[in-house]
Design a protein around this ligand. Structure first.
Ligand SMILES: [Zn+2]
Length: 499
């Protein structure tokens, strides 16, 4: 993905970089798929004095380059577009700095951010785009559009398609469709076992070596190994996978669920009692989290726990991190925005796996996000057809469509709810997932890839699933009053969504 000649100027934004803490009013100039300049000292409204050296972590290493003082005093259409570069060697920096100064308005596209925040494109390491096999729920094209509309510039697709992603051929097919859709950096996680049947190891080596977008960005053909939708309950086989993953530099992403303890659409608690169901105890999740942490400790593989929902799991992961184990975790917006009571209101649209839990679990998940026990927010975007979800709470499939509500629900719940600051939220949704993926993204800095979201955090709006680009309209958040509307998304310098 690269922008055509002329470049792109994003004017009048509040530019925030979660890594350096930069939070300044001003402009960003993009050319050749890269951010060429960010608001420097004196350039943007928030800059003061000439001492504002802009720390610019480039893809290959952090290089601090003082804000170029050659601007024309902060007037004119390109006032903030100062030439600051930081991609490796000084010579490169100089070259980029020269290119960064727009020569004129001809051919240059301008987006007026109108005071909205200009932040790193969001990164979601857990989505289901359903192709191949279930294109009535979603396909790679519609899923990519939903991602762009949600402010996302990178996603990682789970392998539970039909056929499953268990060999290089299926992987390559998805990769080609992702490139074709051209809206997001589409990464893929490979299945641990053939057909995710839990018996025979998948073709892990071939997938790890495949020439995919993930290879270009992260140095491996797949981002991770997972059986998502379920865990690999055969512990001996799980250990073999863990050892292979370690050897290949892949992380394990695990859907922690002991199926001997689960199966119901709701957790054990108030809602299950009212509905007359057995419910799913928190131990169904915690039991496998405990096992996975033990495997990470013994084998030394990178273990990432998916969609953490229970208080007990948060405590186990916190302990593992304190002990220095290579364990990371994600949660999804519904686990910190809702409790099991949502099932009583939204029925099957609030049915997901793991299930929504009690208020104390919700608060524990928030605490985990705040103190870093939970590293990232993923959506677990799981679109389904209308008729499937209309089959009722017991028969409907698990999951909700999440990409187009991810930021607004997170911002409204966590930041406006007073639990964390905006910078931390942005880190949980961009910088930190980039770090887990080994992806040089998630930053706003000169020399960095131009993956950007422009979001109006002041505009209140009502979420309406009928507006979704996703084929999946299944969400309990339709009707919610939220703030944090995505106005535009730019991936690799290309505008992939403009609202
Ligand atoms: Zn999933």
């Amino acid at each position: 993905m690269s922008v055509g000649g002329g470049g792109l100027l994003i004017k009048n934004g509040r530019v925030i970089d979660p890594e350096t803490g930069m939070d300044r009013a001003g402009d960003i100039y993009i050319e050749g798929g890269l951010i060429m300049s960010v608001p420097g000292a004196g350039g943007g409204a928030g800059g003061a004095g000439a001492a504002g050296a802009t720390a610019v972590p480039g893809a290959g290493g952090a290089t601090a380059v003082p804000g170029a003082a050659g601007g024309a005093g902060g007037t004119g259409a390109v006032a903030g577009a100062r030439a600051v570069a930081g991609a490796g060697a000084d010579a490169d920096a100089e070259a980029a700095a020269g290119a960064g100064a727009p020569k004129g308005a001809a051919g240059m596209r301008i987006i007026d951010a109108g005071g909205a925040i200009v932040v790193p494109g969001l990164i979601d390491l857990h989505v289901h785009f359903r192709e191949p096999g279930f294109c009535h729920k979603e396909d790679i094209h519609s899923g990519s559009q939903a991602a762009a509309r949600g402010g996302y510039t990178t996603v990682c697709c789970m392998p539970n398609t039909r056929p499953a992603v268990d060999c290089a051929e299926v992987l390559s097919l998805i990769d080609a469709k992702g490139r074709d859709a051209g809206k997001v950096n589409l990464l893929v996680a490979g299945a641990m076992t053939v057909g995710q049947a839990g018996a025979e190891l998948s073709d892990i080596d071939a997938m790890a070596e495949a020439a995919t977008r993930c290879m270009e960005l992260c140095g491996r053909g797949i981002l991770a190994l997972t059986e998502d939708g379920k865990t690999l309950s055969d512990e001996a086989l799980m250990r073999r996978v863990a050892a292979r993953a370690k050897g290949l530099g892949l992380m394990i992403m695990d859907h922690a669920e002991n199926r001997n303890l689960s199966g119901d659409p709701v957790s054990t608690g108030e809602a299950s009692r009212l509905l007359g169901m057995g419910g799913v105890p928190a131990e169904a999740e915690a039991d496998i989290v405990r096992r996975d942490i033990k495997i990470a400790e013994e084998i030394g593989c990178r273990m990432h726990i998916q969609h953490v929902s229970a208080k007990e799991s948060v405590a186990l992961i916190r302990e593992a991190k304190v002990a220095g184990l290579p364990v990371t975790a994600e949660t999804a917006p519904h686990y910190f925005a809702l409790t099991d009571r949502a099932v009583l209101v939204s029925g099957a649209n609030a049915k997901m796996n793991p299930p929504l839990r009690a208020e104390e679990d919700r608060l524990a998940v928030i605490e985990g996000l705040c103190d870093g026990s939970i590293d990232i927010i993923a959506t677990d975007h799981a679109p389904h057809g209308w008729a499937e979800k209309a089959a009722g709470i017991e028969k409907a499939p698990f999951g909700i469509s999440g990409l187009e509500t991810g930021f607004a629900v997170s911002y409204t719940t966590l930041v406006l709810g007073g639990y964390m600051g905006l910078r931390k939220l942005l880190a949980r949704m961009s910088l930190r997932p980039a770090m887990l993926a080994g992806l040089p993204r998630g930053r706003i800095a000169a020399g960095a890839a131009a993956d950007i979201a422009i979001i109006d955090i002041d505009e209140a709006y009502r979420i309406d699933s009928r507006d979704f680009a996703s084929k999946g309209r299944n969400t309990p958040f339709s009707g919610m009053e939220a703030r944090g509307r995505v106005k535009a998304t730019i991936c690799g310098g290309v505008v992939t969504y403009a609202g």
